[in-house]
Ligand binder design. Structure first.
Ligand SMILES: NC(=O)c1ccc[n+]([C@@H]2O[C@H](COP(=O)([O-])OP(=O)(O)OC[C@H]3O[C@@H](n4cnc5c(N)ncnc54)[C@H](O)[C@@H]3O)[C@@H](O)[C@H]2O)c1
Length: 379
């Protein structure tokens, strides 16, 4: 079986990643030009989104003239592990990798950063429920340290130019049918005490902090509300739905559905999402939230599993099927939204955000990447 898998593969993980980075850098040409020669801080840069956030800058720098390179610092406490791809960048020029917990005071030798992306927070439900206090602290106290830094840089020539806080589509909770698809103006239907509240409510308070630092102190901070990103960089042990399906495929087992398969989502391929995030960072309006995701198709988790079976069969000769199983985690589905689907008109109009990679292509690229990334730290 394994031999057949290798024989039938028609592209490698590295060609997928290179093609994605070309796509991202081309879509972001004006924004990367605006960041040229400046300093960017990415917190939580060792995580899933960090993978392409960091590699985008590395890819851009490799062809940029010397005075137009972007200097990137990555702060992460590695609570979810120290990935090999990040270790491999340790001798790369213009990148500085620092073990730092954002809930601690910022390092004394902080540079003058013109751009800040705060992505440090645990995003996978299984893991944020394992570390609820740490999750809240990163979204509230960690954010506060960075906002205070932004404020202290003032409006002088040290002033920051863009600050992106990662909020989440989970701040909408489980919207009533009339509020789906969901625009940024929807206020949410969220539990403040349920098992997901550590995540949802700390993101909501984080957004409130951002709005008020923008209004009271002029910090140019804006918020992204991501809707279900997937793709390379999302490690196979993450316990979100797609890596779980990939794990089944590459273990040559049936795909296990842990719900009745009916909840629906729209899934946004990582390369499209990253374009949206850098656009918010550079061009977004201060104090404003932006939905980043795909408007369609809205697919059920059951349909997604069937699509994965098909991709697995076409690429690797996978012969498994979809089966239903009960999760041994009683809270696995508590407060899990039934439908999630964004309105992205605001990002389209204000930022020229235009996602274009369809789900079948995205799944194919993702599975090609997992074929060479089948082992990851359980963290
Ligand atoms: N991926 C998505 O679809 C999605 C959806 C909604 C929101 N988000 C948000 O985007 C951000 C990034 O998500 P992701 O999918 O890359 O998450 P991830 O869990 O893969 O990565 C988060 C990273 O943050 C680091 N981290 C956690 N706490 C930290 C702390 N106190 N100090 C320093 N580093 C810390 C972790 O070690 C990890 O490397 C998060 O804020 C998340 O809530 C992501």
């Amino acid at each position: 079986m394994l031999r057949r898998m290798v024989v039938m593969m028609n592209a490698s993980a590295s060609t997928v990643v290179e093609a994605d980075l070309d796509y991202i850098c081309s879509a972001l040409a004006p924004e990367l030009a605006q960041m040229a020669g400046k300093n960017l801080l990415i917190t939580g840069g060792a995580g899933f989104l960090g993978y392409y956030l960091v590699l985008t800058i590395v890819h851009n720098n490799r062809s940029a003239p010397t005075d137009e390179k972007i200097n990137v610092s990555v702060f992460d406490n590695y609570i979810r592990g120290l990935p090999e791809w990040l270790q491999a960048l340790k001798n790369e020029p213009h990148i500085n990798i620092v073990r730092h917990d954002v809930t601690d005071q910022l390092p004394k030798d902080m540079k003058d950063y013109q751009y800040i992306i705060h992505a440090a927070s645990i995003a996978s439900p299984i893991y944020y429920r394992r570390y609820p206090i740490e999750t809240m602290d990163a979204n509230v106290n960690g954010l506060r340290h960075l906002l205070e830094y932004g404020r202290s840089q003032g409006e002088s020539d040290k002033a920051i130019e863009g600050f992106l806080f990662y909020s989440t589509s989970e701040i909408y909770g489980d919207p009533e049918p009339e509020n789906i698809p969901t625009p940024e103006t929807y206020r949410g239907s969220v539990s403040c005490t349920g098992p997901r509240a550590c995540y949802d409510e700390s993101k909501r308070y984080g957004e409130t902090l951002c709005v008020n630092f923008a209004t009271a102190y002029g910090v140019p901070v804006r918020m992204a509300r991501p809707f279900n990103n997937y793709g390379p960089g999302l490690k196979i042990t993450d316990r979100r739905v797609l890596p779980d399906f990939a794990r089944n495929i590459f273990a040559d087992e049936d795909i296990a559905l842990l719900s009745d398969g009916s909840p629906t989502r729209t899934f946004c391929y990582i390369a499209d999402a990253i374009v949206g995030y850098y656009k918010i960072l550079v061009r977004g309006r201060s104090g404003e939230p932006y939905n980043i995701g795909a408007e369609k198709p809205e697919v059920s988790v059951g349909e997604l599993a069937e699509k994965c079976v098909k991709v697995g069969r076409d690429l690797f000769g996978y012969t498994g099927k979809v089966v239903r199983k009960q999760s041994d985690d009683e809270e696995y589905l508590v407060d899990n939204p039934n439908r999630r689907c964004p309105v992205i008109a605001k990002a389209r109009q204000e930022l020229d955000y235009n996602p274009s990679i369809d789900i079948d292509d995205g799944l194919r690229r993702t599975m090609l990447w997992y074929a060479e990334n089948r082992i990851a730290e359980e963290a």
